[in-house]
Design a protein around this ligand. Sequence first.
Ligand code: CP
Ligand code: NVA
Length: 315
Amino acid sequence: MDVSSYKPKGRVEHRHLLNLLDWSTTDIYEVLHLAANLKNAFKRGKKHELLKGKTLAMIFSKSSTRTRVSFEMGMHQLGGHSLFLSNNDIQLGRGETIHDTAKVLSRYGIDGVMIRTFKQSDVESLAEYGNFAVINGLTDDFHPCQALADIMTVSETFGRLNGIKLAYFGDGNNVAHSLMLAGAKTGMKVYICSPKGFEPNQDITKAAQECGDVVVTDSVEEAAEGADVLYTDVFFSMGQEKDPEKEAALMPYQVNSEVLGMAKKNAVFMHCLPAHRGEEVTETVIDSSHSIIFEEAENRLHAQKAVMCLLMGKK
Ligand code: CP
Ligand code: NVA
């Protein structure tokens, strides 16, 4: 199956996007298919106000550039409205519970809530107690919106996902978790290359391995050899203290010219951004012609618009 041959159903079997664990391959293709159509309309300047009259609240307990702007612009382009709720300004930041916040927001006619926070359990509670669609905009454990935009970008670049080898280098973090789930479910060969002690969570790895082809290794050569996509993320995620030992452990996993040389000739470089040049990736790679980081960042907009339409639009 690839995006162009996929026959859309016009719906996904879910009310929320919490972690991708329970999303099927078909659900993911549904997003990719609609995202491609919405991107096309956007590029041609064609109106696509599929969420007219709908409101998305966006709760941020961590910083953001891409997630905030792409959701806000996405909602605007779909004819809807968005509310930016910073944790510093709302009562959640002063100890009001997720339960009470969910119940209150439900009374105001909110159709969806995008939440970026620390604990995955807070996102799940919001979905449990609220009467709206919940979209995970990043937690310590997952970043599903990023992964959907990432595989959309891979699919556009190579014309398929099936059999594409993606090698992720570095911390086995939220981005790695979502990427291996999305990749495994769409037939990609995903290698997560992390030093000992910084591997991805074992339960999430097992779940991804049950859906497809996922290898966890500490060998840079094994991961990079013949890869179509090289991917990395920061050494320290939001909320983590800088730690010299972790930095030393991750430095040998930097994506540099040597690693790029082990991959396929036409390999691409991806990064969720923000990036730290000289740490997880060198300038020679991230600023090279192999890099597709801005296509990837743009696709956040299109993939999330598709997710919002499928979760918040007419059923
Ligand atoms: N990749 C990503 O989520 O970027 P932001 O932190 O800027 O939203
Ligand atoms: N792993 C990073 C991703 C940022 C988009 C973090 O959580 O900070």
